[in-house]
Design a protein around this ligand. Structure first.
Ligand SMILES: *Cc1c(COP(=O)(O)O)cnc(C)c1O
Length: 347
């Protein structure tokens, strides 16, 4: 019986740290829908400060953060420009279309996670009653499906400038913006200075149990607060959750570098396993994508099942590929065990 699983499926599986549990138990709370939860208020202020924005809004998930942002920026029939591999386009259950009537204009993500400025230029609609109205551009940083890659401050600025010139809004899905900042050796602020809004997750590499924060101008967040309420995301004594988020922001950001180091070690180790092709041999952040070579007889779900018997949980993204994510609860020994386990199960 295995009692310690090495869980590489995602950094969302991270449990709160002992310090977070302590902070949660002792959190001062109030009714946040009435604006009276001091801990939520403190988290929102801290988050806004970290993003260089005027205000923040605590939301239950990154998905609700992005949806709230889209519904605040766009009306029905407006258009948002998104990448074809973006989380918002692929993995948010079509919420912006279902609930907001927002039309997606889908551009090809480049392998480095960016949208080409040239493509953006072509995507912006002319003022013509045949067309939806272009309103919003969404960038993702780090870019999950592109291998956890980081988009540079220069690129973020270039798109922000472009958006401003065209009278569009820029939203950043920064679920893992701190991974990007730490990997680049910059502050998160440097990545979102030109964005009108940004969401980041507390519940991924930062280890908090629940929650994301949407940040933007005071006026934007006031409107977003009403949308959050419409979506059912107004929470009451949410300070219990926000307390963990404060610890996440204050104590868990710098250490993300360790996850990145372990991801590099994992990629390096797996590169020498016969039958595996590491797609990003030098991972930018905490994600390693690997593919089964043609000679491997098993498919990814079968390999995953055999790995699980050895105590390793992995996430297969298609029949030949895996995504492996390092995080706080994965240590150096776990990396070695994972490399050995892959070598052991592949036939
Ligand atoms: C995880 C994630 C989100 C939000 O996910 P939730 O599970 O709803 O918190 C948004 N964008 C990206 C890129 C993500 O990886």
């Amino acid at each position: 019986m295995i009692n310690h699983f090495i869980d590489l499926r995602s950094d969302t599986v991270t449990h709160p740290t002992p310090e977070m549990r302590q902070a949660m138990a002792q959190a001062e709370v109030g009714d946040d829908v009435m604006g009276e939860d001091p801990t939520v208020n403190r988290l929102e202020e801290l988050a806004a400060e970290k993003m260089g924005k005027e205000a923040g809004l605590f939301v239950p998930s990154g998905t609700m953060g992005n949806l709230t942002a889209i519904l605040t920026h766009c009306g029905r029939g407006d258009e948002m420009i998104v990448g074809h591999l973006s989380h918002t386009y692929l993995f948010e259950a079509g919420g912006s279309a279902a609930l907001g009537g927002v039309h997606p204009f889908v551009l090809q993500n480049q392998p480095d996670g960016t949208l080409r400025l040239e493509d953006l230029r072509h995507a912006v609609r002319e003022d013509d009653p045949h067309y939806p109205t272009t309103r919003l551009i969404i960038l993702e940083n780090t870019h999950n499906r592109c291998g956890g890659v980081v988009l540079t401050p220069e690129y973020m600025r270039a798109v922000g400038t472009f958006a401003r010139e065209k009278g569009l809004k820029l939203h950043v899905d920064g679920a893992r913006i701190f991974n990007a900042a730490v990997a680049l050796g910059v502050l998160a602020v440097d990545l979102v200075r030109d964005a009108d809004s940004v969401t980041f997750c507390l519940s991924k590499g930062l280890c908090a149990p629940v929650g994301s924060v949407l940040c933007g101008s005071r006026e934007f967040i006031a409107r977003a607060r009403r949308i959050r309420k419409q979506l059912g995301g107004g929470m009451r004594q949410a300070g219990i959750l926000a307390a963990a988020g404060i610890v996440a922001l204050e104590k868990m950001v710098e250490r993300l570098a360790e996850d990145h180091r372990r991801a590099r070690r994992l990629a390096e180790g797996l590169s020498s396993v016969k039958g595996l092709v590491v797609e990003n041999p030098q991972p930018a952040t905490n994600m390693v994508y690997v593919r089964l070579g043609d000679m491997v007889q098993q498919d990814a779900p079968q390999v995953a099942e055999e790995l699980e018997k050895l105590g390793i949980k992995s996430h297969w993204v298609d029949s030949r590929r895996f995504r492996l994510v390092t995080h706080y609860w994965v240590n150096d020994e776990d990396i070695s065990r994972t490399i050995h386990a892959f070598a052991q199960v592949l036939r």
